[in-house]
Design a binder for this molecule. Sequence first.
Ligand code: OAD
Length: 251
Amino acid sequence: MDLEEPRAWIGAARTVVVFSGAGVSAESGVPTFRGEQGLWRSYRAEDLATPAAFRRDPRLVWEWYAWRRGLVAACAPNAAHQAIAEAQLMRSGVHVVTQNVDGLHERALRARGGVPGLERSILALHGSIAHSRCSTCSYRELDEHPVDASALDRLPRCPRCGALLRPDVVWFGERLDARTLDHSFDLAAGADVCLVVGTSGLVEPAASVPRITAGAGGRVLVLGPEETALDGLADRVLRGRATELVPALFG
Ligand code: OAD
């Protein structure tokens, strides 16, 4: 595959937005949502990832998230996360807007020594699976203890108000954090290049990020092994795996 031109676009860009989805973490062992091995093939989002599901059966929802937390904690950033983190450290103007809740972009940056404040250039549109927040008040915490979801009365509770804690992720039917979304759209509008990595591009409003870059005259590169809903707006579609192509684009 000829990567010379896309590499030159990235090299010359003042601002690059990496827009990532589950596929960037697939080679770390984190399951994607759609496709043959996708989570939504085996689990129903309506039962596990909606506010109504949590009201109906918080124990079941917590059981699923506790399983996913354990799974993510056992995974490590891969060569794609590392190449993006390296680019963030080596040059200015590289931002990550991710739909992933796994924290692997942030971990890749921290593993490279990080720079105070740089993690703020990683915007997690759908929240963080490692954090919990109160289902009622504004309390939020990094939750490093395993959640015991064996019974309703063992579920974690808010230290401030006593209501049930819930995973700090965005569920279907919920609004994304307005500040994070606005900031992401602003970055997308000012980006010379939006590099789309590992997303089916089916979930809005997140999928608007590359559309905004394209609409504002920036270039869009779409990278992944299969066709996506965003291929049509791409200046170049790069078919392949994230760990193979992302390091080659930034290297
Ligand atoms: P999907 O599961 O919909 O799409 C994953 C994409 O990654 C597909 O296009 C795959 O072809 C691609 N892929 C698989 N392996 C890859 C690899 N090694 N390298 C590069 N790409 C690879 O996941 P998302 O698009 O992230 O929302 O899903 C979007 C949202 O839907 C998620 O954030 C989640 C889900 O419901 C919420 O939880 C709110």
